[in-house]
Design a protein around this ligand. Structure first.
Ligand code: ATP
Length: 274
């Protein structure tokens, strides 16, 4: 793997308008936007700007989206890296990639570093998920991450956002003060939030009159934002396949059925006994 494929840099085009629901999480990340935009107003009072924030929530709830929106709103670069990618790396590579990432970020500060699936590297030690070499590699990557977090000053303008589904699995060393000491929780959307997510994702779709987004929200309890984004695209594909001029309510219903079937299949694979 080259550095380029592992460390992705994007210029921020996502904004809070793309993120539906998640009102509490948005209020909390708004503070980070302010830190990035107006660091002086905090530092002149002697405040230390947090370095690391963990976004915690089930898959597809918008953790990556929200992190990108922070960068977009603050108009700063967004460097992203996936924790899972480190685990596959050759010995010694993980740690040097972490070093590269922080080096690049410091040069481009103010900016956001986003570490997706941080549990893949930051899982509490001795959990035995990996054995031998892979585990050593993970530990040296984790240690490098801790070193970097401690090494850069509080007011460098680099804020590290990380995402996980399971905050309780993280190594206590990661969540110590001065590292990832803030947690922001994202929940699965409720009825109103699902309607709002539908609204975001039907933008740009050619729909028949009178499609009730609240009714669609009522039919999708337990669905994540990612599932809803999927439904909207699937409905458009279904309508296109039958050469329709507009997407009808039935296309959405078919799409929901399809996503439900997909989710059921996935959960069967995860728990075959059930
Ligand atoms: P994972 O834990 O699986 O990495 P995640 O929490 O990072 O998931 P995202 O990758 O941010 O989830 O979400 C995937 C896609 O789902 C987003 O790009 C977006 O299209 C849609 N989505 C998720 N949540 C929302 C939301 N609150 N509002 C609008 N769209 C959403």
């Amino acid at each position: 793997r080259s550095t380029a494929t592992l460390i992705e840099k994007e210029s921020g085009t996502v904004t809070f308008a793309d993120v539906a629901g998640l009102d509490e999480a948005k209020v909390e990340v708004l503070e980070i936007v302010d830190f990035l935009k107006k660091p002086d107003s905090f530092t002149k009072l002697g405040a230390k700007i947090p370095k690391g924030v963990i976004l915690v929530g089930p898959p597809g709830t918008g953790k990556t989206l929200l992190a990108k929106a922070v960068a977009g709103e603050a108009q700063v670069p967004f460097f992203s890296i996936s924790g899972a990618a480190f685990v596959e790396m050759f010995v010694g590579v993980g740690a040097s990639r972490v070093r590269d990432l922080f080096q690049q970020a410091k040069e481009k500060a103010p900016c956001i570093i986003f570490i997706d699936e941080i549990d893949a590297i930051g899982q509490s030690r001795g959990r035995g998920a990996f054995s031998g070499g892979a585990n050593d590699e993970r530990e040296s990557t984790l240690n490098q991450l801790l070193t970097e977090m401690d090494g850069f000053g509080t007011n460098t303008g680099v804020i590290v956002l990380a995402a996980t589904n399971r905050a309780d699995m993280l190594d206590p060393a990661l969540v110590r003060p001065g590292r990832f000491d803030r947690h922001i929780y994202l929940e699965l959307p409720n009825m109103n939030e699902r309607a709002a997510i539908f609204k975001v994702h039907v933008q740009g779709l050619i729909m028949a009159e009178g499609i009730d987004l609240r009714a669609l929200a009522g039919q999708t309890p337990g669905f994540s934002g990612a599932d809803i984004a999927n439904i909207c695209n699937e409905a458009a594909l279904i309508a296109a396949r039958r050469k329709a001029a507009k997407i009808e309510k039935e296309d959405f219903m078919d799409a929901i059925d399809r996503i439900v079937a997909g989710l059921e299949k996935k959960s069967k694979i995860i728990s075959p006994e059930e």
